[in-house]
Design a protein around this ligand. Sequence first.
Ligand SMILES: [Zn+2]
Length: 199
Amino acid sequence: MLYSTIYFLSNNPIIHTSIIHMGQQFQLLPESPPYIAIPPHEPHVMYIGCCDARYNESCLDLSRGETFKLNTIANSINVNDPAAMSSLEYAVLYLNVKKITIVGHNDCGGIKACLYNDYNNLPKNLKCHLKELNTLCQDYNKMKFSTIDPIKLISIQNIKLQIDKLNSIDFIQSAIEKQKLVLSGMIYNLDTNILEHII
Ligand SMILES: [Zn+2]
């Protein structure tokens, strides 16, 4: 049980060949490759994705150390959320990332909850976080417009909304004006593994 728990927590054989727990050393993987030095922390891209467990920043196909990341429910930014805002401040003002990319995805649970009217039953923090997304979904429902994949359509609209929001943040605006920063939006298809450029 202990071995499997440690194995679970240390699922990176490159870094962790053993772990010390309560004074005892445990070998994690007998076949672990030798330790490889980590690169300096100088990412040039900030990735903002959904918390969905089925994809992550590796969809950008960049190497270790190149991507600074932030995951939020439905890849949405709330300017009153200190966790999200401090990540943005650190990325732009200290790490000087050159690009911020919002990466949404198809089959997003956050969008489904809003689109299919589960929003009012959500607990308070989820409800607060998804308020603007819910407005997008309700606008879509009012239009009576039908598309094969409404979740993808709303995901694209949400990515554009988040880009607009980033554009309105003073230190981001300033970095863009100085041509030090570019914003982009992409959507990742969980079924095909294809990353589509939106904006
Ligand atoms: Zn999602």
